[in-house]
Design a protein around this ligand. Structure first.
Ligand SMILES: Cc1ccc([C@@H]2N[C@@H](C)[C@@H](O)[C@H]2O)cc1
Length: 448
């Protein structure tokens, strides 16, 4: 290992209560809400099919022109309590809110910028209203924060001169001030999820990323920080030059998931994935017909897939400029919520089971309980299980207690019957197991 000043400051998963809560939450929602919701992907009569929150970039809009959108920011349908009720009904345990996206518009009245809600017709502290409303529903709040800030004259993509260095240091101080402001104004925040940290300017300032993590942890004991903030002494991001994860959880799975067979290494650390419902839209886009929109079942499978591999999943919502949600997102929240109501015990507080994945779906595990989450029922009507050496399946039952037959078919192999009544959708079977069950058995291996 090489010595690093700004590498990982801990090996292995955090085991404190705050991290346990982060992990046990498992299911979160993203809120991407900013000026970009006003044009919704269209500029000067042209609709761009790229991500709507990047419209300023696709349409090459100068910052001062883009920020004039602030004059139209007045979400008359915005109701923080209604948003919190929707999240509660969906069964999310936390919500990640874009405090400031790349555009530089702040959802809180920052005194370090003139591009904030305070300078809009709406005037009020949207972030403060949301933090209170979600917390009142028992939902944790996480802050998304983009370091890259297109509104700030001192931002630099790279440091190529002394002038760049002087300007960028001013920018880093501005950013420190905004982060301290957020931590001071909203002390119930549980996590900071940094984005916009890929440029050379930040990779050349790994020291600063380590300083930010420490600064926030000193101000808010227990707060969690994502790996995407961090760059080490050599500009290596997420994992330092010795291969150790920086921050408290890996945050590279954006719109993609680790392979359940080939990528089992991710079960060695905490990680959180985030996903869009269309192929690639985080902010509100007026035309969702431009790409494939995932069905609630496809969203659900990604949630279960993440938990089955020991990760969290954050499902994205892009509220409209008027502060209401589009029908597709309301329907999604409702559908996921209904399933979580019935089967959530296989998600919340659950983790990787350590069993070989089978084609019918995923395993999750909580202590001694192993859950089968079935997405693909087989024509054979039997769900094949292969247990680790020394592990026996004693009993299998639906969550309402109704048993399903389990038949041992070979050493560490079982057939679990599909329930007599078709569950009509993804369902859960809870297994009672016996581990380290020794003793000889009746099976002989073939001689080949
Ligand atoms: C190339 C690229 C840059 C930034 C992003 C941002 N990260 C997501 C979480 C959204 O905020 C998106 O705007 C996505 C892709």
């Amino acid at each position: 290992e090489i010595s690093l000043k700004y590498g990982a400051d801990r090996l292995g998963k955090r085991t404190d209560d705050a991290m346990r809560k982060f992990r046990d939450n498992r299911l979160g929602a993203f809120i991407h809400w900013g000026l970009y919701a006003i044009p919704g992907g269209e500029w000067n009569g042209k609709v761009y099919n790229g991500a709507a929150e990047w419209l300023k970039s696709w349409a090459k809009v100068p910052a001062d022109e883009w920020l004039k959108l602030m004059d139209q920011w007045n979400p008359e349908k915005f109701n923080a309590k209604a948003w919190a009720k929707m999240a509660k009904k969906m069964g999310v345990k936390y919500v990640k809110i874009t405090t400031k996206h790349h555009e530089g518009f702040c959802l809180w009245p920052s005194k370090y910028s003139k591009y904030t809600v305070a300078q809009t017709p709406y005037k009020k502290d949207i972030l403060g209203e949301l933090v209170k409303a979600y917390n009142d529903e028992g939902i944790d709040v996480h802050f998304y924060f983009s370091v890259m800030d297109w509104s700030h004259p001192d931002y630099r993509y790279d440091i190529k001169s002394e002038e760049d260095a002087v300007a960028f240091n001013r920018f880093l101080e501005f950013t420190d001030n905004q982060l301290k402001e957020l931590a001071t104004r909203y002390p119930t925040v549980k996590d900071f999820w940094f984005d916009g940290t890929w440029d050379a300017s930040i990779k050349k300032n790994g020291w600063w990323t380590a300083h930010v993590e420490q600064m926030l942890k000193d101000m808010l004991p227990g707060v969690t920080i994502n790996s995407r903030l961090r760059a080490d002494d050599y500009g290596k991001r997420h994992f330092d030059s010795n291969g150790h994860l920086m921050g408290d959880y890996e945050s590279g799975y954006e719109r993609r998931l680790p392979d359940p067979v080939k990528d089992l290494k991710v079960t060695r650390w905490d990680w959180e994935a985030c996903m869009t419902v269309p192929e690639n839209q985080w902010g509100y886009h007026k035309d969702w017909s431009l790409s494939y929109v995932k069905t609630p079942l496809e969203v659900l499978e990604r949630i279960v897939h993440a938990v089955a591999m020991g990760g969290n999943m954050v499902v994205n919502f892009g509220p409209q400029a008027d502060g209401d949600f589009r029908p597709e997102e309301k329907e999604l929240a409702d559908a996921i919520g209904k399933w979580m109501q019935k089967y959530g015990e296989c998600i919340y507080g659950c983790d990787y089971a350590g069993w070989d994945k089978q084609s019918w779906g995923y395993y999750t595990r909580k202590g001694k309980d192993v859950y089968m989450v079935v997405f693909n029922p087989p024509y054979s009507k039997h769900l094949v299980i292969k247990t680790p050496k020394g592990t026996k399946v004693v009993k299998a039952a639906l969550l309402d207690g109704k048993e399903v037959a389990v038949k041992e078919t070979a050493r560490n192999e079982y057939n679990v019957d599909m329930p007599a009544k078709d569950p009509e959708g993804p369902f859960v079977i809870k297994l009672q197991i016996e581990e380290n069950a020794g003793g000889a058995d009746k099976y002989r291996d073939a001689l080949t």
